[in-house]
Design a protein around this ligand. Structure first.
Ligand SMILES: [Zn+2]
Ligand SMILES: [Zn+2]
Length: 250
């Protein structure tokens, strides 16, 4: 069982190696790792098995149809979400280390496994063949602070595995926003007004690539902007989806 991610000091010296069987498990330091995770730790990742087909929100196993209340009442502009994990331990910690500390050791196992998940998911429910990847943008100031945009990094990993084109820079962030989490739905949408701009004519079929879908409000706005600019089909591809408030507490 994964008790906690090892302290960074223990991990110094572990290299991101291009050979999948090289290196230790980032969660328990076992040497028998594949793409940065050992099999027992990989089996403990919180799979988003019963997510809403449209937005990926984790639902109870019994939910039928597989759609959340919000998507039924107010369907989002994107057509589907492909999101393999719930944003819970240890995926939340791994994404945090990857995103805020630029530590790719923690991103790599997730991106590699995400690619394999997508291969299978796309066989079961294909996307249009002309699908292009569009990384979710980061405000240039924040990008300078962090040194990289994790969404670009994830999209590059997926593009390599799945042989898909990337349209980086298609959507830009025109201004910073306050964090979405503490806001009401109306405030969230207001907070996101005019945040994005589409820089040129988009391809017709798009998967927006991001790390985490929290409320889905940002994804809705990005998808709406792309459709307005001429895209026809927009999907959301992310590593993890935040469960509804109150779900899995304690
Ligand atoms: Zn492990
Ligand atoms: Zn939904």
């Amino acid at each position: 069982m994964i008790k906690g991610l090892p302290p960074l000091s223990t991990l110094i010296g572990l290299k991101v190696n291009s050979r999948p069987t090289a290196g230790r498990c980032v969660a328990c330091l076992d040497t028998n790792a594949f793409n940065g995770l050992c099999t027992p730790c990989r089996l403990e990742l919180p799979v988003n098995r019963f997510g809403c087909r449209r937005c990926g929100l984790p639902l109870p196993e019994s939910a039928m149809p597989r759609s959340c209340g919000e998507c039924l009442l107010d369907p989002p502009p994107f057509i589907r979400a492909r999101i393999p994990w719930q944003y819970r331990f240890p995926v939340d910690g791994m994404i945090g280390r990857y995103k805020y500390r630029g530590d790719r050791k923690f991103g790599r196992p997730l991106i590699e496994d995400f690619s394999r998940f997508l291969e299978q998911d796309l066989r079961e429910e294909p996307s249009p063949e002309t699908l292009a990847l569009v990384p979710a943008p980061m405000h240039p100031g924040r990008r300078r602070q962090r040194g990289f945009n994790h969404a670009d990094d994830i999209a590059e990993g997926l593009a390599k595995h799945l042989t898909l084109p990337i349209h980086a820079g298609l959507i830009r962030r025109a201004r910073r926003t306050t964090p979405q989490r503490a806001l009401t739905r109306a405030q969230r949408l207001d907070n996101l007004r005019d945040v994005f701009e589409v820089s040129h004519e988009p391809p017709s079929d798009i998967a927006i690539v991001d790390d985490v879908v929290t409320t889905g409000a940002t994804a809705r706005v990005m998808a709406a902007n792309l459709l307005e600019a001429g895209a026809r089909h927009v999907e959301i591809w992310a590593l993890a989806r935040t469960p509804a408030q109150g779900q899995y507490d304690g």
